[in-house]
Design a protein around this ligand. Sequence first.
Ligand SMILES: CC(C)(COP(=O)(O)OP(=O)(O)OC[C@H]1O[C@@H](n2cnc3c(N)ncnc32)[C@H](O)[C@@H]1OP(=O)(O)O)[C@@H](O)C(=O)NCCC(=O)NCCS
Length: 180
Amino acid sequence: MTDTNELTLRPRADADLPRCVEALAGVQAADRYPVDWPADPAGWLTPHDMTDAWVVMAGADVVGHMALTPPGIALAAAAGLPQRRLLAVARLFVGTRARRRGVAALLLDRAIETAAARGQTPVLEVETAARAAIGLYERAGWRHVGTSIADWTTADGRLARMRTYVAPAPPMNSSHSAPS
Ligand SMILES: CC(C)(COP(=O)(O)OP(=O)(O)OC[C@H]1O[C@@H](n2cnc3c(N)ncnc32)[C@H](O)[C@@H]1OP(=O)(O)O)[C@@H](O)C(=O)NCCC(=O)NCCS
């Protein structure tokens, strides 16, 4: 169990990666997220075009993780906005012992703030079986804008069905300057 008062949200440092991988190992064992353990987990946590990564710390432990990347063409098309106006949330997970304490909600708020400061809107995809994640996004007011079939197979052996979500507008006091 994690006390929300002791949580710190900050940019991920390279030195955090071993603890991020450790937390991911617990998540993968519990949730099959990702479905298969990556050959290079630190690399998987660091998509080549990543713009930012954030961690939530509880003391020295990484309890939450999120990367931000430019969206691919298909994701932007599903969201119905130009790629340059979007920022994709990826590699989002919370350690199994830190759940239901608002850790993921903190990370999503940071995604919205970060995107707003760049004149962008966060977008993401989630597999239809990821019930906790879908509950999280819908509780936080993200909008389901479409569902598509992916080219990879879920842990229960079917083609993944990906739901696309677009973030709600940032709070009024956030800085938001749309690019020209
Ligand atoms: C999805 C996940 C990130 C949620 O993390 P979390 O820190 O426990 O979420 P929060 O505590 O911020 O939850 C905020 C709200 O989301 C919803 N929610 C979170 N987990 C839920 C669950 N298991 N079932 C239903 N709703 C859930 C609830 O409305 C919750 O508010 P409440 O606790 O007051 O009811 C976490 O379960 C996880 O890492 N899952 C495996 C990896 C994964 O699926 N990543 C997303 C890939 S797209």
